[in-house]
Design a protein around this ligand. Structure first.
Ligand code: FA5
Ligand code: MG
Length: 442
């Protein structure tokens, strides 16, 4: 279904997303670019790398224990996205500079956790995976895009068995049943820490939390192992069968914080000389399960970025490529979803030259939010912007006015841009900044 903004006779605006109409108000801040992407659903497009990645991860969390939900609509309430998960009222993620709002109480989900309460209530198999498009106002570079795809997984056990220790036994039995792996995992911290990563006192015994954490970590390590085994096989195949000098896979657990899990962790993978975060997870907060009407259950949840994993698996260098409808991109994955042995590293089509242009301006007195600038650039030129970086910032000693300078890197993934074209695009960006932010160009 098409998405559009349309005025109604009484001048009250509505917006239609995936065939449903919503009233907008002064909170509305969804750009037309983002609106047009709400119907793409790359995670369900057969042979798309996001869909292939979803399928591989699903295979590590099999039915009937895990049930898959892949069709949930991106429009949710602020309650679902934030309140039900225990986000405080002043959490920065709620700001209109960070989140796309339809109206004050309705938004485009910023993460798949928006469906946790509903799924904890409805799911009756003991576990689930949900994959979906998520939306965030964010910076512009090769690993950030305002729309991306997440998969959330969760596993719960019946707590009625506690406190005699039977819940722990149930989790350990399930842990015993999980396959082993021989991957090296760095996990230097204790399963919980009183300040940094607390146990949920009064809800969980230390044994219970440690057992759930062990099951969570092993399950996710098996998932990463599966992805990297496939990536390695793809590299070998691409090299005509000769073994590759890949750096050995290194992963590590890092303590983290989420309002809806405790203790919590992020899993990082060593890639291209750097640690890359691929997922967040933890022991589900009992308040979320209680509010979902299942106080007798406890367990774990995780949320993973599908593009991040797909970029590792297929060596895809730029997140914009996922949205490409260019045959030179799509054809490289055809037939792979039904035969994963056909996975090969992505071969970039010729790299076109980049063109940098700077824009310097005085800020108006009002507050300035970088995400607004990012969005104006994306809206003016679409996917031709590769990244936007602040290169300078200073305050005039006499007037106290603040000046900013941003460098915009224009590069098409599909063709070489002409000078005239780039100048015209940069012109549109400058005009947009003046019109929408009230800045004064220097
Ligand atoms: C979350 O979104 C939590 N909902 C995850 C979670 C679920 C924690 C369940 C605990 C329990 P975070 O904002 O860190 O957390 O995003 C999770 C993952 O999404 C990241 O690790 C990353 O892989 C991916 N991700 C986040 N932001 C972006 C982005 N702008 N572009 C691409 N991928 C992203
Ligand atoms: Mg994170």
């Amino acid at each position: 279904a098409e998405s559009r903004v349309s005025p109604t006779p009484n001048a009250q605006k509505t917006v239609t997303i995936n065939g449903r109409s919503y009233p907008t108000d002064s909170w509305y801040n969804v750009s037309s670019t983002v609106l047009s992407l709400t119907s793409r659903k790359l995670h369900l497009q057969k042979d798309h790398p996001v869909s292939i990645t979803r399928k591989i991860i699903e295979s590590v969390f099999p039915g009937p224990t895990y049930k898959y939900y892949n069709e949930f609509d991106p429009v949710v309430s602020t309650h679902e996205n934030f309140d039900s998960l225990g986000f405080p009222p002043d959490h920065p993620g709620r700001a209109r500079t960070d989140t796309y709002y339809i109206n004050q109480s309705t938004l485009l989900r910023t993460h798949t956790s928006a469906h946790e309460a509903q799924l904890f209530r409805e799911n009756d198999t003991g576990g689930y995976l949900i994959s979906a498009d998520v939306y965030r106002r964010d910076e512009v570079d090769r690993s950030h895009y305002p729309v991306f795809h997440q998969m959330e997984g969760a596993r719960v056990w019946d707590r009625r068995l506690v406190p005699n220790g039977d819940l722990v036994a149930a989790v350990y039995e399930d842990l015993e049943r999980l396959p082993k792996h021989n991957m090296t995992v760095e996990d230097p911290n204790p399963p919980f820490h009183p300040e940094r990563n607390p146990l949920q006192e009064g809800h969980h015994t230390p044994e219970e939390a440690a057992a759930i954490a062990a099951h969570l970590k092993r399950s996710l390590e098996l998932m990463v192992n599966e992805i990297f085994t496939r990536a390695k096989a793809a590299n070998v195949a691409a090299a005509g069968g000769s073994p590759q000098q890949d750096e050995p896979l290194r992963v590590r657990w890092v303590e983290a914080y989420f309002p809806f899990t405790s203790p919590s962790w992020e899993l990082e993978v060593h890639y291209n000389g750097d640690w890359l975060e691929i997922l967040g997870c933890g022991v589900s907060q009992q308040h979320v399960l209680n509010n979902a009407g299942v106080p007798h259950k406890s367990g774990w949840a995780f949320g993973i970025g599908l593009e991040r994993v797909a970029m590792l698996l297929f060596k895809i260098p730029d997140i914009r490529l996922f949205w490409s409808q260019d045959e030179r991109f799509l054809s490289q994955f055809r037939g792979v979803e039904d035969d994963l042995s056909k996975i090969r590293p992505f071969v970039p089509f010729s790299k076109h030259p980049a063109c940098y242009k700077d824009v310097s301006f005085w800020l108006p007195k009002d507050e300035f939010h970088e995400n607004d600038l990012m969005e104006i650039v994306r809206d003016a030129v679409g996917d031709v912007v590769e990244d936007v970086k602040k290169v300078d910032e200073f305050v005039h000693p006499k007037t106290g006015r603040k000046s900013m300078c941003y460098r915009i890197n224009y590069r098409s993934l599909e063709r070489t841009l002409t000078n005239t074209e780039t100048n015209e695009m940069h012109d549109r960006v400058v005009k947009g900044l003046v019109a929408k932010l009230g800045v004064e160009i220097r």
